[in-house]
Structure formats: structure tokens, C-alpha cells
Design a protein around this ligand. Structure first.
Ligand SMILES: Nc1nc2c(ncn2[C@@H]2O[C@H](COP(=O)(O)OP(=O)(O)O)[C@@H](O)[C@H]2O)c(=O)[nH]1
Ligand SMILES: [Mg+2]
Length: 356
């Protein structure tokens, strides 16, 4: 379960990756390779819970990231880049939106919408070429032996092909469970969820005009979009205390920190929600697949909790904050006891009752 960071050269990919993973990337010589890393999920709810419980230990949820080589003529022509891209579960496309004459742009000017188009066309083209080859092979094989599964697959791939010819990414197609199975092992890139991260100049952080301009193409192509200043984020990351960071954000007039927005979009793209366990010993944020029943969430904590699951005591984050403490919340009768069919909702605080 990992998110790949892609983009044209000099867009801020590395700066953002370093901020997210808290690591330093040294670009080695030789052919460019994907660089793996792990990022904490930034979530203000976690910080509030830590403030409330003052636990001995704090554990944030984490996701895997991969910094992929830049998309440029050479890597595109060789095709290596697509193999790397098809290896990840969701994509985060960093798009340059900041002006800076001292930093070259591969196309000579800063034009974020053009760059989104450029990259999307390359991804569409990759899937088209893949499908074309696969269809050809299937047709040859079907001439020799008639195979029910292959007939179905051919029909599906042809539908996908005409979809791509209309310049529509494959993520727009609704597939049945059976169809999903047929294409599961294929390196189709436009099937993956895509987040556009516009790297804007520091003084454009509160400017929403770019996001308004892309709203149409985002809903048409089922993409998410956000703005960030990779440079500002890397400055914030250098600050020593949480207090300083808060002051800095306030001075910039930032209401919802970009890294929190990005974390949310990444979880959505990966089809994950988070829940919490809380107490004096530890506040812990966990990730589970969306629509997981309570025992599966319990299993994310420990397999014993799933095996011996009895019930889940559920607290709603917003209700806890509104009542100020767990004791007040319980007095108000807002501790919910749920059984094994309960579907965990993002932000739930769970206490699993189990026996071993
Ligand atoms: N002015 C400005 N420069 C930036 C920003 N983000 C990155 N850069 C600079 O742009 C160059 C490319 O950044 P880098 O993170 O290496 O991008 P990558 O090549 O896409 O990985 C570096 O010189 C960065 O310091 C930004 O938000 N504003
Ligand atoms: Mg660079």
C-alpha cells in the first residue's frame, strides 16, 4: 500500500518527499531509481487526543511513499518510468506552479494546466500501448483455442481501449468484481487514483484561483487537487517545537495545514480510513480498509483481538471533543457498544473487548 510521487523535472518532488518522510535524499549517480520512504499521517485529531490523554507513548499511523524518477523525454522513451509507476497503488503528481527564474522548466515556462495535460497524456498513452499489445496476443491465442475467460477478457480490454481513445482515464470505468479480477495483474496506470499537488509560491498559498480553474478537469477525470508550498513546508519542518510550527502557520493565515490535506487525500486514494485507540499508556492512530467491520479493525491492532472479539466500545471523536472528557461523554450516554457487524467509520475511537 504505497503512494508514488511523480512529476516533471524541477517541480518540488524531492523537497516534498523529504518533508513528508523526514529524510534526506541524496541523488546518486547512475540511472535514476525509485526511492522508498515512510510518512507519518498528519492529523490534527491525533494531536488533540494526545493533548487530552497525555499518554506515555504516541504512535501515528504511517504510509509508504515512493519518490519516482522524474518524467522526462529520456525516461518516457525508455519506458522504465512506467514500470516504476505501475508498481504503486496511488499517484501524487507534483505540478510546478511557482515562478522562479533561477529554476529551469523543461518546457520553458510555468503553466500548471499544460503540465497536468502532458503527464496525463503520457499515462493514457502507456495504457493504450499496453492494451493494444495484450489485445493482439489474446486474439492470436483465441484463434487457436477458444477459452471462455479469454473471450471475456478480450471484450473487457476492447471496452477499455475505446474508453482510452476518448481520452478518459480507466479509473472512470465501473468494473464488476469479476472484471477487476481479469485485469488485476496488469500494469494499468490510469486505473490508479491520482492526486494533483500544485506547488505554489509562498505568497499564493491562500490563492484559490488555480484550484477553481482545475475543478472542471478534476471532476471530469476523477482527480483530487490541492496546493502546497514545498518550500514553506520544508521551512516549517525545520522549526523545533510544535508551538513554533503553530505560530508560523497562524502568521501565514493557514487554516488547514497542507500536509494534513495531503494525508487525507492519500488515505482516500488508498481506500483507507483511520481509527484511534486512546488511554494513559498510548494514543495510537490505525489504518484499515474502508468499510471494515469492527473485528477486522481489531485485527489491525493484534490478531488476538480479532480472534477473541466480543464487542467494540465506540466513541465518536467530535462528541468526545464536544464533551471535553471521556467521563463527561459517558455521563451523557455517548459510549456506543457495537457488535461484530459494526462498520468502522473514519475518526472512531475504539476500545475492543475480547477474550483469549
Ligand atoms: N521558489 C521555490 N522553489 C522551490 C519550491 N519547491 C522547490 N523549489 C526549488 O526547485 C528546485 C527543484 O526542487 P526539487 O525538490 O529538487 O524538485 P524535483 O526535481 O521535482 O525533485 C530546487 O532548487 C528547489 O529548491 C517552491 O515552492 N518555491
Ligand atoms: Mg531535483
Amino acid at each position: 500500500m504505497k503512494v508514488g510521487i511523480i512529476g516533471l523535472p524541477q517541480t518540488g518532488k524531492k523537497t516534498l518527499f523529504q518533508v513528508l518522510t523526514g529524510s534526506e535524499v541524496h541523488e546518486a549517480g547512475g540511472p535514476p531509481k525509485p526511492i522508498p520512504g515512510t510518512a507519518d499521517i498528519v492529523d490534527g485529531r491525533f494531536d488533540r487526543l494526545v493533548a487530552l490523554y497525555q499518554p506515555k507513548k504516541e504512535t501515528r499511523a504511517r504510509i509508504d511513499l515512493v519518490l519516482l524518477p522524474k518524467m522526462e523525454q529520456e525516461s518516457i522513451a525508455k519506458g522504465d518510468i512506467f514500470r516504476d509507476i505501475s508498481d504503486v497503488d496511488a499517484l501524487c503528481h507534483v505540478v510546478r506552479a511557482f515562478e522562479d527564474d533561477s529554476i529551469y522548466h523543461a518546457s520553458g515556462s510555468v503553466d500548471p494546466l499544460r503540465d497536468v495535460e502532458t503527464v496525463n497524456s503520457e499515462l493514457l498513452l502507456h495504457d493504450q500501448i499496453f492494451l493494444e499489445k495484450r489485445i493482439e496476443r489474446l486474439e492470436t491465442s483465441l484463434k487457436k483455442i477458444k477459452d471462455e475467460r479469454q473471450v471475456k477478457e478480450l471484450d473487457l480490454l476492447k471496452r477499455m481501449q475505446s474508453h482510452l481513445e476518448n481520452e478518459q482515464p480507466l479509473r472512470l470505468m465501473d468494473l464488476t468484481e469479476e472484471e477487476e479480477q481479469l485485469i488485476r495483474s496488469y500494469p494499468l496506470i490510469t486505473r490508479k487514483e491520482l492526486i494533483l499537488v500544485f506547488n505554489v509560491a509562498e505568497d499564493n498559498l491562500d490563492d484559490t484561483s488555480l484550484l477553481e480553474r482545475v475543478r472542471g478537469i478534476c471532476s471530469a477525470g476523477k482527480m483530487e487537487a490541492m496546493t502546497v508550498s514545498a518550500k514553506v513546508e520544508s521551512e516549517i519542518a525545520l522549526l523545533d517545537s510544535e508551538e513554533e510550527r503553530q505560530d508560523f502557520l497562524r502568521d501565514l493565515g493557514i487554516v488547514e495545514p497542507a500536509l494534513e490535506v495531503l494525508a487525507k487525500l492519500c488515505l482516500k486514494a488508498l481506500g483507507r480510513v483511520s481509527f484511534f485507540t486512546v488511554g494513559k499508556d498510548e494514543v495510537h492512530q490505525w489504518l484499515v480498509r474502508v468499510n471494515s467491520p469492527a473485528p477486522v479493525a481489531a485485527g489491525a491492532i493484534h490478531s488476538d483481538l480479532q480472534k477473541g472479539f466480543i464487542r467494540a466500545e465506540v466513541i465518536k471523536y467530535d462528541e468526545l471533543i464536544a464533551h471535553g472528557s471521556e467521563a463527561e461523554l459517558k455521563k451523557a450516554g455517548k459510549l456506543y457498544v457495537q457488535g461484530k457487524d459494526y462498520i468502522v467509520v473514519d475518526g472512531d475511537i475504539l476500545n475492543i473487548r475480547f477474550n483469549v
